[in-house]
Design a protein around this ligand. Structure first.
Ligand SMILES: [Zn+2]
Length: 536
């Protein structure tokens, strides 16, 4: 009797509830999230896309595929841990999404890392100022009703193997679609930040994660390298100045110094510049490549030690380290002065100031005012960062024509895209030439300039664009980089360098930078590797 009653009770409860299989639940949750919360995303897309054009329509569909696949796969992954966790995640995100959508619609904000950090730093009184009765309408229709339905939904379990299989199938379809839509990548890359900040709930989930990982990275202590000593007399008057220029997205194939058919290095070809042969980047994206350039070891696995980087190591040994950047992505550094180009632009005047040349503004005065014998200047360029290559140089460098002046690939021929890229290399040629001339004018010092790019770029070869392709499958154009040296006669003599031998060296990596610059300052320590020093 008792047993019968219990069974009846269970049936009534399940009749009362919405019962969904796990795939059906994920499908409904994904579609609901997509429909309810993505008006700002598509409204933003409509600013730069024409719906009835082929490329516009294709980009819209790809954007929808991206949001749907990402949401579905994430829900599959959370469900893999627990269905209850997936439901809790949906409940929480539907509530935050409703508030987020209210703010996005009312204040035209996007929820990127900066905005999440602003919100976390806002106190309650300030938050109340933002509220409006309209917020209650948003909460009722977009949070309370969906949450009520969600709470009444019973989700049936799915075998974990099937769950992984389904998630992989969804992911595969998504990847296939995105690969076939490569002509839309430039538009996506150009708008990535703005689009990402409007995809709910992932904009704030990722924003929050990035905020925490940056905070923990800042707290992460770099293991100090062993103390170094100098093998030459440090009490002499002659200054030693090394300038390390870190390029952006420059590939050696498009440098005439590396036998490119177009003359993209007209100025450097007149200087005594050595183009080191077969230089390869260690990754295909900025932040990881920067770490390679500044590290003493290629032991860069996930669990490896976080070692002190070159600028901090030299700074600790009384070298005046001047970091100037028109870019981002470097690991935490301790230097004598760190200046962003945007600060230099406040007083910089002239046609070059909006571009990389801002990095050279006031540099001579800064070096001359230094009371240190050893000076390292690191200039981090914006270089050839795409897809808007044409925004990297002043009008007078528009020499290879016609050039692509839009990020909508459909409107540009590949030749026009390459022309714009080549013009940016032409500007880097001019920038490096100016840097060398600055050093030439400091004739009483021993000077050297080293230029190395962070990674290369795809310009439509194999239907690939930009960079960041996984290293094992990335084409050579994304990995093969220019690595240039200019040395004053004093520097050549003091280091006993044979330029001819340098020209004959057969292969190079970004790990040559650390040990060569240590060598240039006559520094030695237990971690110094002579075979990686170019000047030995
Ligand atoms: Zn880069």
């Amino acid at each position: 009797m008792l047993r019968k009653n219990n069974i009846r009770k269970t049936n009534i409860v399940s009749h009362d509830r919405i019962v969904l299989s796990l795939p059906a639940f994920i499908f409904v949750a994904t579609i609901t999230n997509f429909v309810l919360f993505h008006f700002p995303l598509f409204s933003l897309a409509s600013d730069s896309l024409i719906f009835w054009s082929y490329s516009g329509f294709f980009s819209y569909v790809t954007l929808a595929v991206l949001v749907l696949v990402f949401t579905a796969v994430s829900l599959y992954l959370i469900s893999f841990i627990s269905i209850y966790l997936a439901k809790a995640f949906c409940l929480l995100s539907v509530a935050i999404n409703a508030v987020a959508l209210y703010f996005m619609m009312t204040y035209q904000v996007m929820l990127d890392k900066t905005m999440v950090s602003n919100i976390l730093n806002t106190n309650i009184e300030e938050s109340i100022d933002f509220a409006h009765p309209k917020l209650i309408v948003y909460l009722l229709f977009l949070a309370v009703i969906p949450s009520y339905l969600l709470l009444r939904t019973k989700v049936t379990k799915l075998h974990r193997g099937k769950l992984i299989l389904q998630a992989s199938a969804v992911l595969m379809l998504g990847v296939l679609w995105i690969y076939s839509a490569s002509s839309t990548w430039l538009w996506f890359d150009e708008n990535a930040k703005k689009l990402g900040g409007r995809i709910l709930p992932w904009s704030y989930v990722i924003g929050l994660t990035r905020l925490y990982s940056e905070a923990s990275e800042e707290q992460e202590i770099q293991t100090l390298l062993p103390l170094a000593h100098f093998i030459s007399d440090q009490d002499v008057d002659q200054k030693r100045i090394v300038v390390l220029v870190i390029g952006e997205t420059a590939r050696s194939d498009n440098f005439s110094l590396y036998d490119y058919t177009k003359n993209t290095n007209p100025l450097l070809e007149k200087q005594d510049v050595i183009a080191l042969q077969n230089a390869y980047a260690c990754t295909t994206y900025t932040s990881a490549s920067l770490k390679c350039i500044l590290s003493h070891t290629d032991d860069d696995g996930v669990f490896s030690t976080n070692y002190e980087v070159l600028p901090s190591y030299l700074r600790r040994h009384d070298v005046d380290v001047i970091w100037r950047t028109n870019n981002w992505g470097e690991p935490p550094v301790t230097v004598t002065s760190y200046t962003h180009a945007s600060d230099l632009r406040k007083t910089c005047k002239g046609p070059g100031c909006p571009y990389d040349e801002a990095l050279l503004y006031g540099l001579v005065e800064r070096i001359e005012s230094s009371d240190k014998r050893n000076i390292l200047v690191i200039l981090h360029q914006k270089g050839s960062h795409g897809p808007a290559y044409n925004k990297r140089y002043p009008a007078e460098f528009r020499q290879f024509l016609p050039e692509c002046d839009t990020v909508d690939l459909q409107k540009c021929s590949q030749q026009a895209l390459v022309n714009a890229y080549d013009n940016s290399i032409l500007y880097t040629d001019y920038f490096l030439n100016r840097t060398i001339n600055i050093l030439k004018n400091m004739s009483s010092a021993s000077t050297m300039m080293m230029y190395v790019s962070d990674h290369g770029e795809s310009l439509g070869e194999y239907n690939l664009y930009l960079h960041g392709t996984p290293y094992s499958v990335a084409p050579d154009v994304q990995k093969k980089i220019p690595f240039l040296l200019w040395m004053s006669d004093t520097f050549i003599d003091s280091q006993n360098i044979s330029p001819e031998k340098l020209k004959q060296r057969s292969s190079h990596t970004q790990y040559n930078v650390f040990h060569s610059i240590m060598g240039a300052f006559d520094m030695r320590s237990d971690i110094y590797k002579e075979d990686l020093n170019l000047f030995q």
